[in-house]
Design a protein around this ligand. Structure first.
Ligand code: NI
Length: 268
């Protein structure tokens, strides 16, 4: 059954802003400046297990009029990603879904991840609900979290948060006054929101046709078996796209830039 696209994004946005109060604060600061906030893309994280792979997460979007547009490899982080765009609704955000390629990791990591996925109810796996469904494993261990983090911050993040929008991204092209990333970043810093500065505050160049920046993920207190710890949750991203030589606005992603954006949720 296909869902209305706007409903999908409203629901994801609602969950995302409840879990990440700084995102709502940034959004409201833009609106207070009279800006019209349009989403460039939203992103999800998953694992390459066929039960919860990119294809599985993409299903509700494909059923709602989205189509495959691009594929990306992140060699250092051992990630694989695809992006999707709506066939007719040009204002619908792009959807970017990445997955951890587990064969590059240790046997214990692969085993840990498999045990987590085994706990997801098959009803959820085969429904359009997976993208909204959060974490399916109840008792999480800080020791397991730390072990995952030694190999992959991405795997550790997934262990705590499961399925949700990892970030929404504001289209800077649609902002009227704050129409450059320099202006956006300056505004965020003045308001006291820390930026991800890994690889510089602005990732990408006009020559690459895409510039991106992001907040650092806010930390949330999470209950582990061993006690409560503050763990990075989600971040808010900003993207400015440029036209190519033919005057067509670039619509893809730059792996080198996205590689650094992934670090917005690193626990360091
Ligand atoms: Ni992004």
């Amino acid at each position: 059954m296909s869902m209305d696209v706007a409903k999908i994004f409203d629901r994801l946005w609602n969950d995302y802003t409840i879990q990440n109060p700084h995102v709502r604060q940034v959004y409201e600061a833009f609106v207070a400046k009279g800006e019209n906030v349009v989403n460039d893309h939203i992103a999800f994280r998953t694992i390459d297990d066929p039960r919860i792979s990119i294809e599985v997460l993409a299903k509700p979007f494909l059923e709602s009029g989205y189509e495959f547009k691009g594929e990306y490899i992140f060699e250092d982080k051992h990630l694989h990603a695809k992006h999707f765009e709506h066939k007719t609704k040009t204002d619908a955000p792009r959807v970017f879904i990445s997955e951890l390629v587990t064969r590059f990791f240790s046997e214990p990591l692969q085993q840990t991840v498999k045990i987590l996925i085994d706990q997801i109810h098959s009803d959820i796996l085969n429904s359009g609900e997976l993208i909204f469904s959060g974490r399916h494993w109840k008792n999480i261990s800080f020791k397991v979290y730390e072990n995952l983090r030694k190999e992959s911050e991405y795997a550790a993040w997934f262990y705590v948060w499961g399925f949700c929008a990892n970030h929404f991204t504001v289209s800077v092209n649609h902002l009227s006054e704050m129409n450059t990333l320099e202006k956006v970043n300056q505004f965020l810093k003045e308001k006291g929101f820390p930026l991800n500065s890994s690889g510089g505050e602005i990732k990408g160049t006009p020559g690459e046709l895409l510039e991106q920046s992001s907040t650092k993920a806010g930390k949330q207190l999470i209950s582990f078996i061993e006690g409560d710890y503050e763990i990075p949750a989600c971040y808010y991203e900003f993207a400015r796209r440029y036209a190519d030589a033919n005057g067509k606005l670039y619509s893809g992603f730059i792996a080198k830039s996205a590689d650094k954006i992934f670090e917005s949720t690193d626990n360091k």
